[in-house]
Design a protein around this ligand. Structure first.
Ligand SMILES: [Cu+2]
Ligand SMILES: [Zn+2]
Length: 191
């Protein structure tokens, strides 16, 4: 038998692998979105900084980059996608965390998290936060597209859903991240 059959099968599967070729990045699907953050959501003030979201395609991880200034030194500050790009009553009208999957608040690495839960950003001694991290849940493509929603930066640290005792209930909704320092609308920059 059959060695020839096996050899043929092996040759065919190699041919299939070769014809599939190397992984090609889908440049056509490359999307970016940006958000300028304003204190209290006031677009007439000077932005505290801009954040960019970049994604190579619907199944790719999103890269978050940017610089935010004028923050407390050496601090962690809650940083989330919120539901509404509405700042008519300041950052409060941005509503709650973007949560299309109806989960509890958590850390970015948790299975049980809001889509909008990006955790904390870290400031340096000058009160500057330099962002460069990845997130695998937010997307610039439906169904979890963050475009047309908003970013809110808080005055406090997000406890990532781990709060206990009297803090537990809010921990699972907001992370007890405190007041809303700055916010802005997420706008798609390219497709
Ligand atoms: Cu928030
Ligand atoms: Zn949340």
């Amino acid at each position: 038998m059959k060695l020839s059959t096996i050899a043929l099968a092996a040759a065919l599967s190699v041919a299939q692998l070769v014809s599939a070729g190397p992984y090609k990045r889908d440049v056509e699907a490359d999307r970016k979105a940006t958000v300028a953050l304003f204190k209290d959501g006031n677009p007439k003030s000077e932005a505290i900084g801009t954040v960019t979201f970049s994604q190579a395609g619907p199944n790719s991880t999103v890269q978050i980059t940017g610089t935010l200034k004028g923050l407390s030194p050496n601090a962690k500050r809650g940083f989330h996608i919120h539901q509404y790009a509405d700042f008519s009553k300041g950052c409060l009208s941005a509503g709650g965390h973007f949560n299309p999957t109806k989960k509890q608040h958590g850390a970015p690495t948790d299975e049980d998290r809001h889509v909008g839960d990006l955790g904390n950003i870290q400031t340096d001694k000058d009160g500057v936060a330099t962002l460069d991290f990845m997130d695998h849940v937010i997307s610039l493509y439906e169904p979890n597209a963050i475009t047309t929603h908003s970013v809110v930066l808080h005055y406090g640290e997000d406890d990532l859903g781990k709060g206990q005792g009297a803090k537990k209930a809010d921990s699972q909704k907001t992370g007890n991240a405190g007041g809303r320092h700055a916010c802005g609308p997420i706008v798609q920059a390219s497709d």
